[in-house]
Ligand binder design. Structure first.
Ligand code: AHR
Length: 323
């Protein structure tokens, strides 16, 4: 047997053992997942990664799509409690209104893990929260714009996420913090586009109409890539060049924004990994095995990407991962 064959066999064995270890950790466990819906490309990627991660670990995942409605999420969580699942994952559409149902899960001794958004509720009502630092995401996007425009005057329009959701609240705050003290930058209009491409386009059309056909707008800051892609279409429809006449900065780093960056139609995005389930299942495996308490907040990275970061390669890499 050659050394290469031996190494390959050893690597194969190591992979098999680690897969088996994961499978052992959560195999046979039933986990309910209350997902918000499918408002964005990022959300769709998170759903498919969660299903993949569950399958790899032998988890029986009960998936419930809430169609953007908190009442559907609460109903789904109550259903999971009634079924006696081993754990619950929830991506909370808005921050408030969770105390009652989370208390019911706690009383039933079912650990709850929050995915990608936070809640305004007592921290002892959930096991852990796996999410990005959303204020930081806004700051990274804002700092990119500060550095890019230098001393030029720049009037910004903002497309906010879902009203009352933590990413909309925090990404707004972070961006405002970054541009504060730079008197040449100001947000002249700000409205929700509900994290969707169609509303992003519609709201941007309104901004363009109201601001001299878009001539007075220097940049659009969108709280997610899908709204940015909608805004890009609105800018083009108005006869302007996105990425040049109006700078475009957003958050998520989904494949479509890399297509736009490669075409020079978007300028920057801040990555939000769709793999929230991996760290969530790791935390659950340890907790269900021997009660190990995870960190209360598991924070994912927030990396900035621009045209200098091989947008075609980044697109291909994500597509290869099934996003
Ligand atoms: O909570 C994460 C946000 O929700 C993503 O940025 C957005 O695309 C999604 O719909």
């Amino acid at each position: 047997m050659t050394i290469i064959t031996k190494l390959a066999l050893a690597a194969g064995l190591a992979t098999a053992l680690s897969t088996a270890a994961f499978a052992q950790d959560l195999s046979g466990k039933v986990v309910g997942f209350s997902q918000i819906g499918s408002e964005s490309g990022w959300r769709a990627a998170e759903t498919s990664v969660t299903k993949q991660q569950a399958e790899e670990r032998g988890v029986d995942l009960k998936f419930a799509d809430a169609q953007q409605k908190q009442e559907n999420q609460i109903k789904a969580i109550r259903g999971f409690i009634a079924q006696g699942v081993d754990a619950i994952l929830v991506a909370p559409v808005v921050a408030t209104g969770w105390d009652e149902v989370l208390t019911e899960a706690k009383e039933a001794e079912i650990p709850v893990v929050l995915l990608d958004r936070g809640v305004d509720a007592s921290e002892d009502l959930y096991l852990t929260s796996v999410a990005s630092d959303q204020v930081k995401e806004g700051r990274v996007a804002g700092q990119w714009l500060v550095d890019t425009v230098g001393t030029e005057e720049c009037k910004i329009v903002e497309l906010q996420g879902t009203v009352g959701s933590t990413p909309a609240i925090n990404r707004k705050q972070g961006f405002e913090e970054a541009i504060a003290g730079h008197d040449n930058l100001s947000i002249i209009r700000s409205q929700t586009g509900d994290f969707t491409r169609s509303k992003g386009k519609e709201v941007m059309e309104g901004f363009i109409k109201a601001e001299n056909g878009g001539a007075d707008i220097c940049a659009v800051y969108a709280h997610n890539d899908d709204m940015a892609v909608g805004a890009i279409q609105a800018i083009k429809d108005a006869g302007l060049k996105p990425g040049t006449d109006i700078l475009v900065v957003s958050i998520d780093a989904v494949p479509d924004i890399f297509t736009a960056i490669a075409a020079g139609e978007a300028n920057a995005t801040v990555e939000l990994t769709p793999n929230m389930a991996g760290p969530a299942f790791d935390a659950l495996a340890a907790y269900l095995a021997d009660g190990t308490e995870p960190e209360k907040f598991i924070i994912t990275e927030s990396k900035l990407y621009t045209s200098a970061d091989d947008p075609q390669g980044e697109y291909d890499r994500r597509k290869g991962l099934g996003y």
